[in-house]
Design a binder for this molecule. Structure first.
Ligand code: SAM
Length: 285
């Protein structure tokens, strides 16, 4: 299919009255080259299913469609819907727009296969969406990869390692059964209006999950440990049943602080806590 000629995004914004709303985290991207580079991060998207959260006036959506993707987009701002319908008319059958709140929509049910998720996320719900995608009970998850724009400070928290200033719960959740990297820094001046801080696109790909570890237990441990990150583990993990005994079993010094404990050690701890909670199996005849 030949790429249709589309009106400049600034013209679409003016025509549909899409002046940016701060409450909806609207910072738009207009640079077609930059958008094309973001759409290329997941790899070949020809006929691939893609979920985009917050298409807004459709800049990234255009790049995804031009790459051959079948895009399902969830947008909360109803002012954007007619502009997206106009774009969809240029790509028959390739763009499905849902008006709604991405935190409420049952996204997995929208796809027959496993979509790539590609999005310039609204900053106010970005972390909540990411945590939801990373804590899927089933692994491999319902999505193939995540290509997501965040404020640089959040991107650093996602890709950091133990002993980095940014290391915390997000790093553990993003890396214990996925790889996470910063694929592209994005200057604040690329956005309209420009936000106060720099941004970066993070690329996350699921790997196999370590055996015998429940995401719920891991979440509970990291929430407790990093909730009081300056405290020693023997203090911060008191509230998690079995955690203090598990520290000893797996050989983690209880006087350490969460920020010094590598992801693999949190995984071992979660496995031990989960194991110790299980009732002993019935004796076999
Ligand atoms: N994709 C466009 C771009 O790159 O220019 C817009 C990105 S803008 C940072 C975020 C978009 O998410 C806005 O269009 C906003 O209306 C939308 N949005 C905000 N909260 C949302 C939510 N809870 N669910 C779905 N979309 C939301």
């Amino acid at each position: 299919m030949t790429t249709p000629t589309l009106p400049p995004l600034r013209e679409v914004i003016a025509r549909y009255g899409l002046n940016a709303s701060k409450a909806l985290g609207q910072n738009f991207l207009f640079d077609g080259q930059l958008l094309g580079r973001i759409a290329a991060i997941p790899g070949d998207l020809h006929n691939a299913e893609v979920l985009e959260v917050g298409p807004g006036p459709g800049g990234l959506t255009r790049a995804l469609l031009a790459a051959g993707a079948k895009v399902t987009a969830i947008e909360r701002d109803r002012r954007c819907i007619p502009a997206l319908a106009e774009l969809g008319a240029q790509y028959p059958g390739m763009l499905h727009v849902i008006e709604g709140d991405a935190l409420e929509v049952d996204a997995p049910s929208l796809f027959a296969g496993k979509p790539h998720i590609v999005s310039n996320l609204p900053y106010n719900v970005g972390t909540a969406l990411l945590v939801g995608w990373l804590t899927a009970a089933e692994w491999a998850p319902w999505w193939q990869s995540l290509t997501l724009m965040f404020q640089k400070e959040v991107a650093d928290r996602i890709v950091s390692d133990a002993d980095d200033d940014a290391y915390g719960r997000l790093a553990v959740l993003a890396q214990w059964r996925s790889t996470a990297r910063i694929a592209m820094p994005v200057h604040r001046s690329a956005f309209t209006p420009p936000p106060k801080v720099m941004s970066a696109v993070v690329h996350i790909v699921p790997t196999s999950a370590p055996e015998g570890v429940s995401v719920t237990v891991l979440e509970r441990l990291t929430a407790a440990a990093f909730g009081q990150r300056r405290k020693m583990l023997r203090q911060s993990l008191k509230s998690v049943p079995g955690a203090l005994a598990a520290l000893e079993v797996v050989g983690i010094d209880p006087t350490r602080r969460a920020e010094t404990v590598p992801i693999a050690a949190f995984v071992a701890l979660a496995r031990e806590v989960g194991r110790s909670k299980k009732p002993p199996s019935a004796p076999t005849e």
